[in-house]
Design a protein around this ligand. Structure first.
Ligand code: IPE
Ligand code: IPE
Ligand code: MG
Length: 232
């Protein structure tokens, strides 16, 4: 049997919470509650697999257009989760980083987010980047603004990439999207340039360790060419 090639950096668009809940005859937000539990389970599975970076899309710059109650419930859920799970995350060795705009989020949530980043700073099993109020285009625009304010004129791909939210870490090797949608939905645009894509019809609340392993096995068999000609 061939050795399993595990991605160094895995990115996930956790989609389908609302549809899953509706199918169970429950309000959409129940899907988000279940989704948080799955995110924890999958983080543990990623540590066991030896994945070093996990980037999770939790709230997009477009998700502000959802009904206000849903947006508020999502932020409440994040606040509760980040407080309740703080010790568990430290015990697991999870270094939490937040990517996205931050400035438009409720101030109490922002405070909890920066506390969690600080408290998990020395954790070394895995780095989990949580994308909240994140948009790939917005990330690029913010990086352009940074370059201008720093007076950088000689922009290269490397120097520019270092100004993006995921600057300084390797690009995702594999991206998984759940719930049958086959699109990027403004996730990390720059960094996904050469990422392998994996789609599953399972909704995020029903995503499992087994399905994660299936995705990694599928990734493991792929030939990454990066534009080259590979000797057969
Ligand atoms: C993903 O599930 C979670 C967020 C975008 C916050 P959705 O809420 O998009 O669920 P569907 O796609 O409507 O089923
Ligand atoms: C992408 O899912 C954003 C997150 C998972 C946080 P959406 O459900 O918002 O994307 P679309 O609307 O189906 O493209
Ligand atoms: Mg969706």
């Amino acid at each position: 049997m061939e050795e399993l090639k595990v991605p160094v950096h895995l990115a996930i668009i956790m989609d389908g919470n609302g549809r899953w809940a509706k199918r169970q005859g429950m309000p959409r937000v129940m899907g988000h509650y279940r989704g948080v539990e799955v995110a924890e389970e999958i983080t543990e599975a990623c540590i066991e697999l030896g994945i070093e970076y996990l980037t999770l899309f939790a709230f997009s710059t477009e998700n502000w257009t959802r009904p206000r109650e849903e947006v508020e419930t999502l932020f409440e859920l994040m606040k509760t989760y980040f407080k309740e799970k703080r010790e568990r995350l430290i015990e697991l060795g999870v270094r939490v980083k937040f990517i996205g705009r931050k400035g438009r989020l409720p101030s109490d949530l922002r405070k909890i987010m920066s506390d969690l980043e600080r408290e998990t700073e020395r954790c070394g099993e895995i780095q989990v980047n949580l994308a909240i109020d994140y948009g790939g285009r917005d990330d690029i625009v913010r990086a352009v603004k940074k370059a201008i304010s720093l007076g950088i004129e000689d922009v290269s791909e490397e120097s520019f990439a270092s100004l993006l939210d995921l600057g300084g870490i390797p690009d995702p090797d594999l991206m998984i999207r759940t719930a049958g949608e086959r699109r990027i939905s403004n996730f990390v645009l720059w960094n996904l340039a050469y990422t392998e894509l994996y789609f599953t019809d399972l909704c995020w609340p029903e995503f499992t360790r087994e399905e994660l392993l299936r995705a990694v096995e599928d990734f493991s068999k792929r030939k990454r060419k990066f534009g080259r000609v590979l000797d057969e």
